[in-house]
Design a protein around this ligand. Structure first.
Ligand code: F6P
Length: 349
């Protein structure tokens, strides 16, 4: 019976990945006595047989570090000719007992496909976007929200001093989780999210109303995936950095903040500036919440390996860490709740 467990981190990096790896390795060593094979660069490492054995030495002093000690990539084996077959062959060549994939919808989608082909797959949910179904939170999200909130706080004092509109663009490809939480916490006056395509005139009306009431500065938080409604047909428009697609078919978003600030200045006459947070939200040390959540996910994942709970993902439900089918996590995006939108709206305008 094999005692080798593989682990990989795929997709965009995220604060807390190292805490998951550390937890998996620690409990593998004791009590389970498994060896941990760390694949380098996500699925690319499995395809190219690039890996290193993770020992206690490899994982000391990493719980507080952002990024991932085993690197990551957006390599998609489903898009590579014979990619899945190659992974299955390498899995057996190494003699793995199971493979733990830490990732978002893309990485876990591949894990699900491999599980259907008979490999023993376990998933751990990761994304700063918090848009994976089946889990209340993904680790990395809390850190990103705190970074964005801190940025909004800083922008607040300069907006107030100059009587300006400050537009803060945050990440969030399909959903507005980061924008809403950071916006509520930072006291934003307008929050624009992918779930609610917006009309620029209405945004400007709301800012004008606020300024009429005697406030002469405003904070607008916008998720990179928010959509402008344009033209008489109110067509929804996404703002792209360029036309390139990654291997999972995703466009590169970003830049909506610039357009928004420009339009607000033109329509309202209020001087406007933009701050695009970008990858700052994904870098650096995880918050305590994310370190603990990531650690609990790692422990659960290795327990699931031990109990033979394959084809499943560790998930947070309330205060409990449970396991759910991978399909539940990847089949649909988790949109922000109506309740959170309604809470934010109380403070608009
Ligand atoms: O999926 C997480 C995320 O940070 C998104 O919010 C963002 O759109 C994307 O990754 C950026 O990806 P990359 O780091 O490949 O540019």
């Amino acid at each position: 019976m094999s005692n080798k467990v593989g682990i990989l981190t795929g997709g965009g990096d995220c604060p807390g990945l190292n805490a998951v790896i550390r937890a998996v390795v620690r409990k593998s060593i004791e009590p389970y006595k498994y060896e941990v094979v760390g694949f380098i660069g996500g699925w690319r490492g499995v395809l190219d047989m690039e890996f290193e054995m993770l020992t206690r030495d490899s994982i000391t002093g990493i719980v507080h570090r952002g990024g991932t000690i085993i690197k990551t990539s957006r390599t998609n084996p489903l898009k590579i000719e014979n990619g899945i077959e190659q992974i299955i062959e390498n899995y057996h060549k190494i003699g793995l007992k199971a493979l733990i994939a830490i990732g978002g919808e893309d990485t876990l989608g591949v894990a699900k496909a491999l599980n259907e082909k008979g490999l023993n797959m376990i998933g751990v949910p990761k994304t700063i976007d918090n848009d994976l179904s089946g889990t209340d939170y993904t680790f990395g999200y809390d850190t990103a929200v705190n970074i964005a909130m801190d940025a909004i706080d800083r922008v607040h004092t300069t907006a107030e001093s100059h009587n300006r509109v400050m537009v803060v663009e945050v990440m969030g490809r399909h959903t507005g989780w980061i924008a809403l939480a950071a916006g509520i916490a930072g006291g934003a006056d307008v929050i624009l999210i992918p779930e609610r395509p917006f009309e620029i005139d209405k945004v400007c009306q709301s800012l004008k109303q606020r300024h009429k009431r005697g406030r002469d500065f405003s904070i607008v938080v916008v998720a990179e995936g928010a959509k402008f409604k344009v033209g008489p047909a109110k067509e929804e428009k996404l703002i792209l950095q360029d036309q390139k697609l990654d291997e999972f078919g995703h466009v590169r978003l970003g830049g909506i903040g610039n357009l928004l600030a420009q339009a607000i200045e033109e329509i309202t006459g209020f001087e406007s500036r933009v701050v695009i947070l970008g990858h700052i939200q994904r870098g650096g040390a995880p918050t305590a919440f994310d370190r603990v959540l990531a650690t609990r996910f790692g422990i659960k994942a290795i327990d699931m390996v031990h109990n033979g709970e394959f084809g499943k993902m560790a998930a947070l439900k309330g205060t409990e860490i449970i396991s759910i089918p991978l399909s539940e996590a990847v089949d649909k995006v988790k949109l922000v709740s109506e309740d959170l939108i309604k809470t934010a709206e109380v403070f608009f305008g």
